[in-house]
Design a protein around this ligand. Structure first.
Ligand code: IPM
Ligand code: MN
Length: 354
């Protein structure tokens, strides 16, 4: 298969994990005879510094003509501490999502046996937890009408029927491919937008009679995720709730550095870790590249290249088992590995696998 990949390293630890992701991608393509090419583009604070725009038109063009985008992270403390900044790195990420029509954000929460003790939850609660959060990504408060002056501000949480229908369709289809249990997360006891979601979900559910569909208020879902993470199989929710719940979900695994995501929609799909740019770690070679590497696995799986995805997952498991881990998940007294070393080990594993 020919694969044209747009690579957007971004800010902070982005370039370091991006380099590892590309190496892994290349190793897998070589092994399976795929013809991969890369086109690099700027985004985030890096792009603000260079051209004054966190998602320049040229970057959009690179993304549009690619088969997939391998994205890393954006964000810079220079902007975080300045509420009056007119342009922010995160706007680049939002512009990318909107312009590529990436309405469905798939965030799997999985656990690794050898890292159960890293979770803040008791191992028996976490062991075997495996669910997917499907987050609506181009609507709701993130993109609704906004207003701000010194005395008043608001963000509008607007959803239209087609927006809700298309994301619920994705969710029902995921549930069909998995354990056939869908939880629709909303705040229908308070919010009109949530009531529309619930109404449409109830209309659609009979089309998927094999799927057990239940409805849960977001406050309750936040609690249930901690009390009984194994309850969930597929959950679907609107943009803001999904943002919050997926950070919570990442804790279940024991490190934010482990969780990948895929965003799909009407144009080129994007594959990225769910963690941010961790500016304090920039250049220190300590960032965990596994979320980025697993994003590459999701990229292959998106194109139905299952063996390729599996090999990456096997390599990641093997690296953890062999104690080849970055500092935050390192076994006590274990050997020291950096971003690059973990990446190189995994590339070697892929090359020598048969
Ligand atoms: C995420 C991030 C982004 C979001 C930020 C960086 C704008 O937190 O991908 O979850 O809120 O969507
Ligand atoms: Mn977030």
């Amino acid at each position: 298969m020919d694969l044209k990949i747009a690579v957007l390293p971004g800010d902070g630890i982005g370039p370091e994990i991006s380099a590892v992701g590309v190496d892994v991608m290349s190793a897998v393509c070589e092994k399976f005879g795929h013809n991969v090419s890369y086109e690099y583009a700027i985004c985030g604070a890096d792009a603000i510094d260079k051209v004054g725009d966190p998602f320049p038109e040229a970057t959009f063009e690179v993304c549009k003509r690619a088969d997939a985008v391998l994205f890393s992270a954006v964000g810079d403390p220079r902007f975080d501490n300045d509420p009056t900044a007119k342009v922010r790195p995160e706007q680049g990420l939002l512009a990318m999502r909107k312009q590529l029509g990436l309405f469905a954000n798939i965030r799997p929460v999985q656990t690794f046996k050898c890292l159960l003790h890293k979770s803040p939850l008791r191992a028996e609660l976490v062991d075997g937890a495996d669910f997917i959060c499907i987050r609506e990504l181009t609507g709701g408060m993130y993109f609704g009408e906004k207003y701000q002056d010194d005395d008043k501000a608001y963000d509008t949480n607007m959803y239209t029927r087609p927006e809700v229908e298309r994301i619920l369709k994705v969710a029902f289809e995921y549930a069909m491919k998995r354990r056939k249990h869908l939880t629709v997360v909303d705040k229908a006891n308070v919010l009109a937008s949530s009531r529309l979601w619930r109404q449409i979900a109830q209309e659609m559910a009979p089309q998927y009679p094999e799927v057990k569909t239940d409805y849960m208020y977001v406050d309750n879902a936040a609690m249930r995720m901690i009390q009984e993470p194994k309850f969930f199989d597929v959950m679907v929710t609107e943009n803001t709730f999904g943002d919050i719940l997926t950070d919570e979900g990442s804790c279940i695994s024991g490190s934010m550095g482990l969780l990948p995501s895929a965003s799909t929609g009407t144009s080129t799909p994007v594959f990225e870790p769910i963690h941010g740019s961790w500016p304090q770690a920039k250049g220190l070679n300590i960032a965990n590249p596994l979320a980025q590497i697993l994003s590459v696995a999701m990229l292959f799986e998106h194109f139905d290249l299952k063996e390729e995805g599996n090999l990456i997952r096997k390599a990641v498991d093997a690296s953890l088992d062999a104690n080849v881990r970055t500092p935050e998940i390192q076994a006590e007294g274990g050997p020291q590995y950096g971003t690059k070393e973990v990446g190189a080990w995994i590339v070697e594993y892929i090359k020598s696998a048969y």
